[in-house]
Ligand binder design. Sequence first.
Ligand SMILES: C[S@@+](CC[C@H](N)C(=O)[O-])C[C@H]1O[C@@H](n2cnc3c(N)ncnc32)[C@H](O)[C@@H]1O
Length: 291
Amino acid sequence: MKHIPVMVEEVMSFLKCEPGHTYVDATLGGGGHASEILKRTAPDGVLIGMEWDEDALSAATRTLKPFGDRVRVFQENFVRLPDLMKDESADGILLDLGLSSIQLEKEGRGFSFRGDSALDMRMDQRIDQTAADLVNRLSSDELEHIISRYGEERWAKRIAKAIVQEREREPIQTTEALRKVVYRAIPKRFHSRRIDPATRTFQALRIKVNEELENLEKILDTGWKILKKGGRICVISFHSLEDRMVKETFRRLEKEGEVRILTKKPVTPSEEERERNPRSRSAKLRCAERI
Ligand SMILES: C[S@@+](CC[C@H](N)C(=O)[O-])C[C@H]1O[C@@H](n2cnc3c(N)ncnc32)[C@H](O)[C@@H]1O
């Protein structure tokens, strides 16, 4: 199980990696971007890494071992970055949002509806509610709200009702059980041939379980403050809710005179990269510089 980092060259050129400088990779994943940063900042650049998922963290720690004490890693939610860097500043920050292939492909995590697994979806095992908890406990209205807002799913009402009906018969504990309910709830003629009908519902639950938008909002509001003047923040997002939040926050910070936006439009992967790594297709990169 290996995660292929996206838009590596683009990210590296925005971050302007230089020896002696300090960079933060707030979403280490498998450590792909982090090891590129470390290669380009040899012999004395420092990387501060954050990752809240134990599996990803151990993969990253293995990948980054050759760089020795130039690396400091923390198993933390990235919203804690400003606390961790109280007396320090950085030349660059990278946020590469969403899931890594390590999480997506590992059985038992519940992120993928291919195969059957417990309906978990927590990126950090210390989070106290799983997707199964939400699906079996929330009211129909609450479920509808989550599926519609975080999944941008037009059939949210029908899906929420179907979930409540199904769980009265039997609790929904697995990815396959949920996938079937969603499959039946969406009228057949609206099933896409390209993506599984359950994709949006799974995305919505994952965002809710991990409070992904709340976390992103917090780090965008505070993260830039740990940058030196001229330091840069790069954010790679994978769906429109995230990208909109990045775009709007950067615009506000630019108006307030805190940053300069370096990407008027989001940067997207080249045709060659999309072919080689289909997962990169929805990626959008935005970057701003502290002034
Ligand atoms: C797309 S992957 C990063 C891949 C990485 N850039 C690489 O090259 O391997 C995103 C990672 O961010 C982590 N993550 C997501 N939200 C987080 C948060 N709030 N705090 C810490 N890590 C988070 C996920 O667990 C996942 O491993």
